[in-house]
Design a protein around this ligand. Structure first.
Ligand SMILES: Nc1nc2c(c(=O)[nH]1)N[C@H]1C(S)=C(S)[C@@H](COP(=O)(O)OP(=O)(O)OC[C@H]3O[C@@H](n4cnc5c(=O)[nH]c(N)nc54)[C@H](O)[C@@H]3O)O[C@H]1N2
Ligand SMILES: Nc1nc2c(c(=O)[nH]1)N[C@H]1C(S)=C(S)[C@@H](COP(=O)(O)OP(=O)(O)OC[C@H]3O[C@@H](n4cnc5c(=O)[nH]c(N)nc54)[C@H](O)[C@@H]3O)O[C@H]1N2
Ligand code: SF4
Ligand SMILES: [Mo]
Length: 709
């Protein structure tokens, strides 16, 4: 056998580190960071080796599976796709198109074919009952971008490599490697920030790995960030401001000023737990540092005021002159930019409240419904009940609030089809599982994350291994289902030609087209061939100011006071007089976890059990609990039992559980993961807690009680 060397971005998280992988025949013999990658420069995290484990995992499904009662039978692709389409069609014919729901999970965004052809499948299925992991994640940021900048994917990214003051709320990039901020090797980037005299300030109810390395860390009572952000704005807007490059493009500054007046640092101090002197000092530093940026992530997204947080973070960056300038919050305009593809391939600019969910009346956002409402839409009788589900790269039983309830709902569906390589907590309910090949058996080109990356780098990699004739890629499964559905509805020859043409075009054709079309406002001069020829990728440089050209609002002005956000401020004010729960639950991530689905790799789960409840010593003493004890964490929604870890890293009144565990459910085929099963935090998180404006799940700050088990 001959050794071959391949270069490709890692597809496991947003950081998209460049990897150097050696293969010998059909095996991976070495996997490390690519030192010549212009973006990640050799960095990789411990998760990357899981790509090899994933590829070799005997539990990974290689052929379609049909469930017959409680047993599974391997079947052929044509049979599986025909049956899946027929069953979905039957439900739609009997109960309407919307009776079939879809749920798209996180790995969809890391899968070139799935992200490019997912929309085509959704259009063919024609259901408005669309759900995804977005509404347990970054939905508020997208909604706010739609309102402020005119497009849900105009997401400002902290220019971490050039900033001198980095204020981080509710994010732990040293464990997560960054989110809505693609910047591989955060450790080195944060060290560089400090080396140039910059400051890192972290605001988080837990002293995280990132907080440990910060110049300052402040605890904040979960869910109160919007109050604190308003207090910062209060200070900033009271001080004389420097003229801002965007001054002429702003609308609503007076309104914002009026709202901020209510929230002085003193006024919010008791509720947030951050002293007025600290707030004042940080506000001044934000104003006086020429290159500064405020950044908020999961902790500010998955809480009852997610949309207000996303808005106020943007507003702070804008009024302090830190938006769309180097070292501030910037807008990547990558070489391949799905936003400017021709419709209907391009994602839309966004929307809100065009309809609401049947049971709870939660708003549609960007064409999707909040997943916190999915189970009740399946369980509540009446016209419009969801009767079938298609999952694509998602594990909502572990990743959405009140997973136990969803578990029950899935068990009662008439039809469930899962496009997924594993028989796991969610897909065990499917009637058919359609497994794509491993990540090393497909081409890769990052479609989503260059829109969030702190540097403009474009890379393309071919598959390392040929998956063989008996494999179907995600995009082939999606097109195969779409074509069959339309045929069942009696679509004619032209439709069938359209599907054939798309199958021929494939991801390569679309990528080449998109590259030729280029970025907003100009042809890039790139082709897929040119990109592929650069084995370490093409470095197109640091971020450039993009406004007002890239602004998508009708009048090319930034909306600083979107009416629905302004109206939501009253709900926030009520928080100031609301009673504080005795104990609230927050979540955490560990460097060796990857949401819910990499625990079947031995290297990632070995060592001390990580699924523990962190609790402050004062709370443990008050309950007579000590480290190692089995404790039961209960909420309105449910309860789990886990070992306790007493730790000063969480603030008093706050406990923390990791997310992504809970593999002990019956019938999953995950040999390693079930030995490290842990408990699912989402059996405790409450589906009724949402940010009512965006519908995003409020996974953080769940009121709980903790008792000895
Ligand atoms: N309580 C709590 N809940 C959370 C979070 C939290 O912090 N706390 N985090 C939330 C966040 S940020 C996210 S993104 C979500 C994630 O939520 P999900 O996307 O629902 O879940 P994942 O754990 O990412 O599961 C991914 C699934 O995709 C499959 N898969 C992997 N690769 C591929 C592929 O290439 N093709 C296909 N077809 N399938 C593939 C895996 O086998 C697995 O079943 O969880 C959210 N839930
Ligand atoms: N190792 C690893 N890396 C990952 C993932 C993974 O599962 N494991 N998942 C990937 C995904 S899909 C995503 S979206 C990203 C997420 O990336 P991050 O957002 O960086 O990750 P989290 O660790 O969820 O950070 C959220 C932080 O918010 C804090 N927090 C909780 N509630 C509040 C609050 O009310 N206010 C404030 N200010 N803080 C609060 C928590 O203590 C936690 O430290 O990570 C990605 N990278
Ligand atoms: S940080 Fe780790 S998981 Fe994320 S892209 Fe880099 S190597 Fe992969
Ligand atoms: Mo996520």
């Amino acid at each position: 056998m001959t050794t071959r060397v391949h270069f490709r971005p890692c597809t496991l998280c947003e950081a998209m580190c460049g990897l150097r992988i050696e293969t010998d025949g059909k095996t991976v013999t070495s996997l490390r960071g690519d030192d010549d990658d212009p973006f990640s420069r050799g960095y990789l995290c411990p998760k990357a080796t899981a790509l090899k484990d994933l590829h070799e995992d005997p539990d990974r499904l290689r052929t379609p599976m049909r469930r017959e009662g409680t047993t599974w039978r391997a079947i052929g692709w044509d049979e599986a796709l025909d049956e899946a389409a027929r069953r979905l069609h039957a439900v739609q014919r009997a109960h309407g198109r919307d009776a079939v729901a879809t749920y798209l999970g996180n790995p969809t965004t890391h899968n070139t074919g799935a992200i490019l052809f997912g929309p085509t499948f959704l259009r063919a299925l024609g259901t408005k009952s669309r759900f995804s992991a977005t509404s347990v994640d970054q939905l508020p940021h997208m909604l706010v971008a739609h309102w402020m900048f005119g497009h849900q994917l105009l997401l400002p990214v902290p220019d971490v490599d050039r900033t001198d003051f980095f204020l981080v709320l509710g994010a732990n990039p040293l464990a997560s490697n960054g989110s809505l901020m693609t910047a591989p090797g955060m450790k080195h980037r944060l060290e560089a920030l400090k080396a140039r005299g910059g400051r890192l300030v972290v605001v988080d109810p837990r002293r995280t790995e990132t907080a440990e390395r910060a110049d300052e860390h402040h605890f904040i009572q979960p869910g109160t960030d919007a109050l604190w952000l308003f207090a910062l704005l209060h200070e900033v807007l009271a001080a004389p401001r420097r003229p801002h490059v965007l001054e002429a493009s702003l609308r609503g500054l007076d309104e914002l000023e009026r709202l901020a007046r209510t929230f002085s640092p003193e006024h919010v101090a008791a509720t947030t737990g951050i002293g007025a002197d600290v707030t004042r000092r940080l506000a001044q530093q934000l104003v006086s540092t020429p290159r500064a940026v405020v950044y908020g992530r999961m902790g500010t997204s998955v809480q009852p005021f997610g949309a207000l947080c996303a808005w106020l973070i943007n507003a702070l960056n804008i009024v302090t002159g830190h938006l769309d300038v180097p070292g501030g919050a910037m807008f990547p305009m990558p070489a391949f930019d799905p936003r400017w593809l021709p419709r209907p391939l391009a994602p839309g600019p966004g929307s809100h409240g065009r309809r609401t969910t049947r049971v709870r009346g939660l708003p549609e956002v960007g064409g999707e419904l909040p997943v916190a409402a999915m189970a009740e839409e399946m369980l509540t009788d009446g016209p419009g009940r969801l009767r079938a589900l298609v999952t694509l790269a998602g594990n909502p039983v572990l990743s959405t609030p009140n997973g136990a309830q969803l578990d029950r709902a899935l068990a009662g569906l008439e039809v469930m089809i899962s496009i997924d390589p594993y028989l796991n907590e969610t897909t065990r309910h499917a009637h058919l599982i359609l497994p794509p090949p491993s990540p090393l058996e497909r081409l890769h080109f990052d479609v989503v994350f260059p829109m969030l990356a702190v540097r403009d780098v474009v890379r393309h990699a071919d598959a390392l291994f040929d998956p063989g004739p008996d494999a179907r890629h995600d995009w082939q499964i999606l097109l195969g289902l779409g074509r069959r559905l339309e045929a069942l509805r009696g679509a004619g020859l032209s439709a069938s030609l359209k599907w054939r043409a798309m199958e021929r075009l494939g991801p390569r054709g679309l990528l080449d087209l998109g590259l030729r079309l280029g970025r907003r406002g100009g042809l890039s001069g790139l082709t897929l061939k040119k990109v592929a020829a650069a084995e370490h990728g093409l470095d197109l440089g640091p971020l450039q100011p993009a406004f007002p050209r890239a602004l998508q609002t009708k009048d090319r002005r930034i909306e600083l006071a979107p009416p629905k956000l302004v109206a939501d401020v009253a709900r926030l004010e009520a928080l100031l007089s609301a009673p504080r729960p005795e104990l609230v639950l927050i979540n955490r991530r560990h460097t060796r976890d990857n949401n819910s689905w990499l625990h079947n790799a031995e290297k990632l789960v070995s060592g001390k059990p990580r699924c523990t409840l962190l609790m402050h010593p004062s709370d443990a003493t008050a309950r007579g609990l000590s480290s190692g004890a089995a404790v039961t964490v209960s909420s309105r929604a449910g309860a789990v039992t886990v070992p306790l870890e007493v730790s000063e890293s969480v603030m008093p009144g706050v406990v923390s559980l990791p997310h992504g565990y809970g593999h002990g459910r019956e019938g999953v085929q995950l040999t390693v993961a079930t030995k490290h099963a842990g408990a699912s935090v989402n059996d405790v998180s409450d589906e009724l807690r949402v940010d009512t404006l965006s519908g995003n799940a409020a996974l953080s700050g769940v009121p709980v009680s903790v008792t000895s088990a």
